[in-house]
Design a binder for this molecule. Structure first.
Ligand SMILES: [Zn+2]
Length: 464
């Protein structure tokens, strides 16, 4: 008899809402009685799901920036999540946590070096959090191109999860994993989620009111084709389970602990599934696709129907791309005498935030020279600048409908901070040449310009 298995993947993530000046999330009125949305979502979703033990059965990824926030603000909640992954890893030889590129960047819109940095930082953050190497990686918005998969595979990642329409085959069997062939006889495994079920779980709250009914009415029929072992997979935002839809952590508990067993369906997750059911079939992916925009990633770079009045998005992408180009040029010039491989040197930027970080010993390990004190100071500032320059590309800046929101304004503040830090390191004036690009990004609601946000932040930080 063929094996029937079901996997629920939750993508847990929150936009970076920390003010780069203070490092803390400002009071968010809409989240009342909580001080900000993260706090509210902890009580709605993260804590109850952890307490119910759901993180032991879900397949999940928690964005590294959210994990770090949880580590500081709700360490007991994060510990339960980590312990559940560890339990699976120790008992099954496979964990159910997946990694994620660090800043939730739309990787097909990023440079090759940025793809590498984001993927390597995501892996580093995962190792630090879960104490093991990741085997799977969730891509922000499931946005994909072949180069991204190549870099993931080169860094030891074995699988990801995509939407079915991201495959060139219109008639995939969504119960089976597929190989995507890469250069040098390598491949990366892709699990395609079930479109109908995932959409229903996300947008039709009625079907997750009762897990027994869900299994009988919606899931059981997915296994009607006899023969191969199948793992049907659904994917959604993790915050669905308790925050977007109230009390849905109870649905998950009932599903994992009763309803699936009663129907003879195994609860499963990709890393464990691959031990027994490696991908046999192959497919190719359609580049520049995602799960939340059907218009070649224009939601994050141009004009499409995903949001009304999207005219501000392309200029914002242009302004940030120009900022990145200028900062990278200076970074390469400044570090040419220090290291043969400046991009590997840049990878240190994620560690440069840690208290026990020793810049000289890290530079030496990379084959770099002994630094004089002014060079150490300068390199620190440049690495901090590069961290902000990575952070400004978090996809949330473009996701919503207007520039006058915290997410796009934060992206501009991170850009201003990156520019400020490089100016401080080198004495070069960069801002003036970038202002006209930021000035052309305007809120359609109230005319607020990114130029004003950029300048206001620069003045604030320069006054310290
Ligand atoms: Zn779109």
């Amino acid at each position: 008899m063929s094996l029937k298995a079901f996997c629920v993947h939750g993508h847990f993530y929150q936009p970076p809402r920390e003010d780069p000046f203070t490092g803390i999330i400002p009071i968010e009125i809409g989240a009342a009685p909580y001080s900000n949305w993260n706090e509210r979502i902890v009580d709605d979703c993260y804590r109850p799901n952890a307490e119910e033990g759901n993180f032991g059965s879900l397949s999940f990824n928690i964005g590294p920036t959210l994990s770090e926030w949880l580590q500081i603000n709700h360490p007991a909640v994060l510990k339960r999540v980590i312990d559940d992954d560890r339990y699976n890893f120790d008992h099954l030889g496979a964990g159910n946590a997946m990694a994620q590129p660090y800043h939730h960047t739309i990787l097909p819109l990023a440079t090759s070096q940025d793809k590498s940095t984001q993927i390597r930082w995501g892996i580093e953050a995962f190792k630090k959090c879960y104490g093991r190497n990741p085997r799977g990686m969730w891509l922000p918005e499931t946005a994909v191109d072949v180069e991204t998969l190549e870099i993931m595979a080169a860094n030891g990642i074995e699988f990801t999860i995509l939407a079915p329409w991201q495959s060139v085959f219109p008639t995939l069997d969504p119960g089976l994993p597929y190989k995507v062939k890469l250069e040098g006889n390598r491949y990366l495994t892709v699990f395609f989620y079930d479109r109908e079920l995932s959409s229903n779980i996300s947008f039709n709250p009625g079907i997750t009111a009762n897990a027994d009914e869900f299994v009988q009415k919606y899931l059981a029929g997915k296994f009607s084709t006899a023969g191969k072992d199948r793992m049907v997979l659904v994917a959604s935002d993790g915050e669905l389970y308790g925050h977007h839809q109230q009390f849905r952590y109870k649905f998950l508990k009932q599903l994992f602990h009763q309803s699936l067993q009663k129907a003879g369906i195994k609860s499963a997750f990709p890393e464990d599934w691959l031990k027994y059911q490696p991908a046999v079939e192959s497919t190719e992916i359609i580049e520049k696709t995602s799960w939340s925009c059907m218009h070649e990633l224009k939601r994050w770079s141009g004009v499409c129907d995903c949001t009304p009045h999207p005219e501000w998005k392309k200029p914002l992408r242009y302004a940030l791309d120009e900022t990145a180009k200028i900062l990278d040029g200076i970074f390469l010039d400044e570090t040419a005498s220090i290291s043969q491989n400046p991009w590997t040197l840049r990878d240190l930027a994620i560690h440069a935030r840690e208290l026990n970080f020793n810049l000289q010993s890290e530079v030496t390990e990379l084959g770099g020279k002994m630094l004089k004190q002014p060079e150490v100071t300068r390199l620190y500032l440049l690495l901090r600048s590069q961290f902000e320059r990575q952070r400004m590309f978090a996809s949330c800046a473009w996701f919503f409908e207007d520039f006058d929101r915290i997410e796009p304004q934060n992206a501009v503040k991170y850009a201003a901070n990156a520019v400020y830090l490089t100016e401080k390191a080198t004495g070069q004036e960069i801002s003036k040449g970038l202002l006209s690009a930021f000035e052309s990004v305007k809120s359609w609601r109230n005319g607020l310009s990114a130029g004003k946000v950029f300048q206001d932040f620069k003045e604030r930080v320069s006054a310290i």
